[in-house]
Design a protein. Structure first.
Length: 80
């Protein structure tokens, strides 16, 4: 069984690690512009992929359409 002091130390270490990892993640989250990928670059699905979008979203109930975001992101990456 952990003593009160050990428990406090473990909690403090855990909090310190969580705060540090959050800072690390943020510093590496940035966009690198390339000639074909800038914030101004327009994206739209092709006509064929719009049919796939309807098919993908058709698998989810009306109130859970946002759950289809991962398959839609995959489709967008494959198109690009």
């Amino acid at each position: 069984m952990l003593s009160t002091r050990s428990l406090r130390q473990a909690t403090a270490l855990s909090r310190r690690f969580q705060a540090t990892s959050a800072r690390w993640g943020h510093s590496y989250s940035f966009h690198i512009n390339t000639p074909d990928n800038t914030p101004e670059t327009h994206f739209d699905f092709s006509a064929e992929n719009y049919q796939r979008v309807k098919s993908i979203l058709g698998k989810y109930p009306t109130n859970y359409k946002q759950s289809g975001i991962i398959p839609l992101l995959d489709l967008a990456q494959r198109q690009h």
